[in-house]
Design a protein around this ligand. Structure first.
Ligand SMILES: NC(=O)c1ccc[n+]([C@@H]2O[C@H](COP(=O)([O-])OP(=O)(O)OC[C@H]3O[C@@H](n4cnc5c(N)ncnc54)[C@H](OP(=O)(O)O)[C@@H]3O)[C@@H](O)[C@H]2O)c1
Length: 289
C-alpha cells in the first residue's frame, strides 16, 4: 500500500525529531525547517505544499519560550503561534491537505484539579498559552479538517542536546549537590516518542475522526499518581541516573518566572489510547529500560 506523505513544519524541533525517528517507516516523511518553510509567510507555505504535495501537514513549529513570550518575544510568539498556524490552516485548506497541529495544556488556567477534557473551556493565564489557544481557534476557522493535539510537559530528542526539563536537570546536577525545584505545579510529563505514537494512531483514523467532528485530542502519559510536580519529576530523573543531587521542594513564589503557569494542568486522554506510564517513558529516554 502507498504510504501516506506527511510534510512536517518545524522539522528541526524536538517533537519533529522523535516523530521522524520513530514513525519514519510508517510514512513518507518530508521535514522542513524554518529556512525551507517559514510558517509566518503564507507564500512560503503555499510554495512548500505545492512542491511536496503531501496528504497531511503535521505542524511541529512553534514559539516555545514561555517566559520570553511575556515581553521580548511576544511579537514573535504571536506571529508564529497565531498567524503562522492560521497560515498553515488556510494553505492546507486551499490544497485539500489534512492539517494536524500541536497545542498545550497551557491553554487552561489550571483551576480544575481532576483533569481537563478537550471540550472544557480554555482560559490561558500567560501569553504563550493565549497564543496557542488563538492559533487553535483560527486553525479550526480556516480549515475544519484540522486536528489539534494537546499535550503536556513534553521532553524528547537527543539526551543532552534538546532544550527540555530533563536535560536542564541533567546539566544542573553536574555541578550542584542540591536543587530547589517547584512543587506547587502539577502535571504529567510526556515523552515525544509516546506522543508520536499517539499522533500516528490519530492519523490511522483521521477520516473517521474528522467525519465525526472530532477535532481536539488530549494526549499525555499515564500517571498512576494522578499527577506529579516538577520536583517529583526531577527526583525520578536523578534516581534513574543514580545522581546524588538532592531535590528540595519550593513554591513558585520562591522561583519567580515572567510567565504564570497553571497549577494543575492534567489532560484527560481521548480515544481509548493510553500512553505508557510517565516513568516508563522517562526510563526509556534515559536509556534505563
Ligand atoms: N515543550 C513542551 O514542554 C511542550 C508542552 C506542550 C506542548 N508543546 C507543543 O509541542 C509542539 C512541539 O514542541 P517542541 O518542544 O518540539 O518545540 P521546539 O523544540 O521548540 O521546536 C519548535 C520548532 O519550531 C521552529 N520554528 C519556530 N518559528 C518558526 C517559523 N516561523 N517557521 C518555521 N519553523 C519555526 C523552531 O525552529 P528554530 O529552531 O529555527 O527556532 C523549532 O525547530 C509545539 O507546538 C509546542 O507548543 C510543547
Amino acid at each position: 500500500m502507498l504510504k501516506k506523505k506527511i510534510l512536517i513544519t518545524g522539522g528541526s524541533g524536538m517533537l519533529a525529531y522523535d516523530f521522524i525517528r520513530t514513525q519514519g517507516e510508517e510514512y513518507d516523511i518530508i521535514a522542513v525547517d524554518r529556512e525551507e518553510c517559514d510558517i509566518t509567510s503564507f507564500e512560503s507555505i503555499m510554495q512548500c505544499i505545492a512542491l511536496h504535495s503531501p496528504d497531511i501537514l503535521l505542524n511541529c513549529a512553534a514559539y516555545t519560550a514561555v517566559d520570553d513570550a511575556e515581553d521580548i518575544g511576544m511579537r514573535t510568539c504571536f506571529d508564529v503561534n497565531i498567524l503562522g498556524v492560521r497560515n498553515l490552516a488556510k494553505a492546507t485548506s486551499v490544497f485539500g491537505v489534512e492539517f494536524i497541529t500541536i497545542s498545550t495544556d497551557y491553554v487552561f488556567d489550571g483551576k480544575k484539579e481532576n483533569g481537563y477534557l478537550p471540550t472544557d473551556e480554555c482560559n490561558p493565564i500567560g501569553v504563550y498559552g493565549m497564543s496557542k489557544y488563538l492559533g487553535e481557534r483560527l486553525a479550526l476557522d480556516e480549515n475544519p479538517r484540522t486536528i489539534i493535539v494537546r499535550t503536556s510537559w513534553l521532553y524528547g530528542g537527543e539526551v543532552w542536546v534538546f532544550k527540555n526539563f530533563v536535560n536542564t536537570m541533567l546539566r544542573l546536577s553536574e555541578t550542584r549537590s542540591e536543587l530547589k525545584v517547584v512543587a506547587d505545579q502539577h502535571g504529567i510529563p510526556t515523552s515525544c516518542v509516546d506522543l508520536s505514537f499517539a499522533i500516528s494512531l490519530v492519523i490511522g483514523r483521521l477520516d473517521d475522526l474528522l467525519d465525526e467532528g472530532h477535532n481536539i485530542f488530549h494526549f499525555s502519559s499515564v500517571c498512576e499518581e494522578g499527577s506529579i510536580t516538577w520536583a517529583d519529576f526531577a527526583r525520578e530523573i536523578f534516581t534513574l541516573l543514580w545522581r546524588n543531587t538532592k531535590v528540595i521542594d519550593c513554591n513558585s513564589s520562591e522561583y519567580p518566572t515572567k510567565a504564570k503557569r497553571p497549577s494543575y494542568s492534567i489532560l484527560q486522554n481521548d480515544l481509548d489510547t493510553l500512553l505508557p506510564d510517565w516513568k516508563i517513558g522517562l526510563a526509556r529516554y534515559l536509556g534505563k529500560s
